[in-house]
Design a protein around this ligand. Structure first.
Ligand code: AHZ
Length: 309
């Protein structure tokens, strides 16, 4: 059975707000923006606030249970992918899932706990497209604070009507099934609120949700408490023989390897950003972010290619 109604009634009679309360005799809501002691808000019921949030949140979950592209991880690579894809294909339902409370991954800091963000050319073109200013140092550019990049790209991605971000939501598993050629294909993700996902061994039976999509982009970063999620799951599912394991820091080798290696690593699953270093055994680049941006853009192009074939 499927739900047949998505009608929400905010003005329900169980709310005790009297009809004309807060409305003046001209029928106008009686508010005042006065900073000399007379500031007055439009009245509200607590239940209206709850319902305003709940209906939107669960409507998104309901609608996005089937998405066109799911991006796992809202770090610099995942957000760059979402921006390029959302702009190129406004017809696609793009759903970003981020395990952390705050989206942005490691890109709130430029690296090494210092806030300026270094980006090697030609990835500075992406900063120009976003409208993020920088100092030009010749072969590379520097954004004065990494949060300027992260907040700008986040705001642009969230403004896109076709993009939904669900944070505090972890991907716990992949949906993997045979396609009509008998080939194993990643066809969706298994999700849960992160606080639930972290407590499966302290509570019994807290069932997850699923989102199906023809393309999953995994951007979960290198190994960490939650990182390299899909790369590790591909190994335990028998779709990847072993993890390549991220190699030591070498900026000149690492950045092109990540960008040029961004691809559909297994049918239905595109990998981007530093998760690829664990999958492929490539070097890390440390605090320089051009490869994350370019890899995210390449992942978006790959997603379009997979959807169009
Ligand atoms: O919370 C994670 C982070 O925000 C999220 N994530 C991880 N596992 C998840 C899961 N479900 C949902 N199972 C999950 N979300 O993925 C995001 C990854 O962001 P990141 O900034 O760690 O990765 P990135 O590849 O976008 O950027 C890497 C930045 C680095 S690391 C590095 C080095 O160590 O040398 N250098 C650079 C530039």
């Amino acid at each position: 059975p499927v739900a047949t109604s998505t009608h929400y009634d905010d003005s329900s009679s169980i709310l005790s707000l009297k009809k004309n309360e807060g409305v003046n005799n001209k029928g106008v809501v009686d508010v005042l923006e006065d900073y000399d002691g007379k500031y007055r808000f439009a009245p509200i019921e607590e239940a209206q606030v709850s319902r305003a949030m709940i209906k939107r949140y669960f409507n998104s979950m309901y609608e996005r249970a089937v998405s066109d592209v799911v991006i796992v991880g809202a770090g610099s690579a995942g957000l760059s992918c979402a921006y390029h894809l959302g702009k190129a294909r406004p017809d696609l339902k793009i759903t970003i899932l981020e395990a952390n409370v705050a989206p942005g991954g490691g890109a709130w800091l430029g690296g090494q706990l210092m806030t300026p963000m270094v980006v090697r050319k030609p990835a500075d073109r992406f900063l120009t497209e976003l409208g993020v200013p920088f100092d030009d140092e010749g072969n590379f550019v520097v954004v004065k604070h990494a949060a300027l990049f992260t907040s700008t790209i986040l705001s642009k991605v969230l403004m896109m009507p076709n993009v939904i971000l669900m944070n505090a939501t972890a991907v716990e598993d992949l949906i993997i099934r045979e396609d009509h050629h008998g080939q194993q294909r990643v066809s969706g993700v298994v999700t849960n609120w992160t606080l639930v996902a972290l407590n499966h061994d302290t509570q019994s039976c807290m069932d997850p949700n699923t989102i199906t999509a023809p393309v999953i982009v995994s951007a979960t970063g290198h190994d960490g408490p939650m990182g390299a999620f899909s790369a590790k799951r591909l190994v335990s599912a028998g779709l990847l023989k072993e993890l390549g394991n991220m190699r030591g820091l070498d900026m000149n080798r690492a950045e092109p390897a990540i960008v040029n290696g961004t691809r559909e690593v297994t049918p239905g699953l595109i990998m981007t950003g530093m998760e690829l270093s664990e999958h492929d055994g490539s070097n890390r680049m440390g605090p320089t972010f051009g490869a994350m941006m370019a890899s995210g853009i390449k992942a978006a192009k790959e997603a379009i290619r997979v959807l169009d074939t």
